[in-house]
Design a protein around this ligand. Structure first.
Ligand SMILES: Cc1cc2nc3c(=O)[nH]c(=O)nc-3n(C[C@H](O)[C@H](O)[C@H](O)COP(=O)(O)OP(=O)(O)OC[C@H]3O[C@@H](n4cnc5c(N)ncnc54)[C@H](O)[C@@H]3O)c2cc1C
Length: 440
């Protein structure tokens, strides 16, 4: 069948094996030719080609809920469960995931394999910092466990390992206690990039922090943004204090004609959004679903970029070079009018020990671009700016980075490849992305 990532680029034809349990997965891997290649696939919410290969191993039916220890605040689940389904069970018990990406529709396995981050990286790190242990099936078909104390090398390379060490079948996570699912939000306005950085720094104690940036503003207003801060609200004895919510609002029924996405319409959207929200800035109370997952309210929003799909480009730069580097990126994008609806700026805290984790201390910027031939030379220019400022590009969003750029921004790639060879000596786990980046 035809499969793509969330960006709908590239498209390939693949066979999908959907094991019902870990035993059938073990049987499948041990009965196959030792050189046959495959890659895990969760919910297909990575944007590019990291979960694409001719043979896919889907975790769709590995979605069981295995254990919840309310005293220890831990949960153990199958890798195919979505973060939304974990919240559904945990929220009524006053428990919540420590780190949430911008959609609750990712699988637990996908969240671990990309070591995803949320709006609180500056305080709480990334998803795998809350992972206690992982069970995975290796290329040989053997089922093994790993944690910081057991098979530690396998743990450090499975967390953020993009499915290249084995198939995660279940994992145990630590949770946080909450008394309410409401979020106290404050929206602040920054009139340029320097002000955006200053506001984020001044509010470093805020638990959640994310800025929406007008990527097409130029000159004195380059990098103007709306900063959304958030804290968990206290319980208010409302019936709804610990209520799971999942809204599924409008759906985009078909791909938007690509010609509608041009410099004029993008500028109009960015200007109107900034003006509208600027006027309603200040404090408000939101439920967590609206605060963390606003995009989940629009089903199939990835069709808005047209039938050829789109690419998301996310990079991080260290604090000392981020202002200059991001100004250079934004200027290039604004000059060409190739901007996006969703340009997001966040602060990252310290990096962790996982060999291919994306976050490192500094700032991260995310931009969406319609897929078109003129985009690829632009992204190559942006890669160079990122490298010149000691930055790194996110694998979960990537569909086109070169091997040279990858190896320059992920200094632990060689150690990763050595550990992969130890656990997968025939190089059976490979995706389109890992082949392109020289990881398989
Ligand atoms: C709207 C939206 C918002 C997002 N916001 C954020 C964000 O704020 N922060 C962030 O970090 N990311 C974000 N992402 C990216 C997303 O969280 C990651 O790409 C995540 O990895 C997707 O998980 P998935 O289950 O869809 O995995 P897939 O896309 O199916 O796979 C992603 C990678 O995980 C591997 N994998 C999947 N399952 C397993 C398994 N069982 N065992 C081993 N490897 C496995 C795959 O091989 C592949 O390499 C966002 C994505 C979308 C669509």
């Amino acid at each position: 069948m035809e499969v793509t990532g969330w960006g709908r680029f590239p498209k390939i034809t693949a066979e999908i094996f959907e094991p019902a349990d870990s035993q059938s997965l073990q049987k499948f891997l041990s009965s196959q030719n030792k050189s046959s290649k495959c890659i895990s696939r969760g919910a297909g919410r990575s944007y590019g080609d990291s979960s694409l290969a001719a043979q896919l191993l889907s975790s769709r039916f590995l979605d069981n809920f295995l254990d919840l220890d309310e005293d220890r605040k831990t949960v153990r689940c199958g890798s195919g469960i979505s973060l939304g389904d974990i919240l559904k069970v945990c929220i009524p018990r006053g428990l919540f995931l420590n780190v949430l990406p911008g959609t609750k529709q990712v699988s637990l396995g996908g969240a671990i394999a990309a070591d995803v981050h949320g709006k609180n990286h500056h305080r709480d790190g990334s998803f795998c910092d809350s992972v206690e242990s992982i069970s995975l099936v290796l290329a040989s078909g053997e089922l093994v466990s790993c944690s910081r104390n057991e098979n530690a090398d396998l743990f450090r390379s499975t967390c953020a390992g993009m499915g290249l060490t084995g198939v995660i079948v279940d994992a145990t996570l630590t949770l946080q206690k909450i008394s309410s699912t409401y979020i106290k939000q404050e929206c602040l306005v920054a009139n340029n990039l320097q002000e955006s950085f200053d506001l984020i720094e001044a509010n470093n104690d805020s638990m959640y922090s994310v800025a929406w940036l007008d990527c097409l503003s130029q000159g004195q207003e380059l990098g103007r943004s709306l900063l959304y801060l958030g804290e968990h609200a206290e319980a208010n004895n409302r019936k709804t204090d610990l209520k799971f919510r999942s809204r599924r609002g409008l759906s985009v029924p078909f791909s938007t004609p690509a010609f509608l996405l041009n410099k004029t319409t993008m500028t109009l959207f960015n200007n109107s959004y900034f003006a509208l929200k600027k006027n309603s800035s200040g404090q408000s109370i939101l439920d967590y679903d609206n605060y963390f997952f606003p995009l989940d309210n629009i089903r199939n929003w990835n069709r808005l970029y047209g039938a050829k799909g789109f690419l998301q480009y996310q990079f991080v730069m260290p604090s000392n070079s981020a202002l200059e580097g991001m100004a250079a990126v934004l200027k290039k994008v604004a000059d060409l009018g190739m901007g996006s609806f969703l340009t997001v700026l966040k602060k990252f805290g310290e990096e962790n020990e996982n060999l291919l984790s994306f976050p490192k201390q500094g700032y991260t910027l995310t931009l969406d671009f319609k897929q078109q031939p003129s985009l690829f030379p632009l992204l190559e220019e942006l890669d160079q700016i990122v490298l010149d400022h000691s930055g790194r590009i996110y694998l979960a969003k990537d569909a086109r980075m070169s091997e040279t750029v990858f190896k320059a921004c992920y200094p632990n790639w060689e150690e990763f490849v050595n550990i992969k060879c130890k656990y997968d000596p025939n190089g059976r786990f490979a995706s389109l992305q890992s082949d392109r980046l020289g990881l398989s």
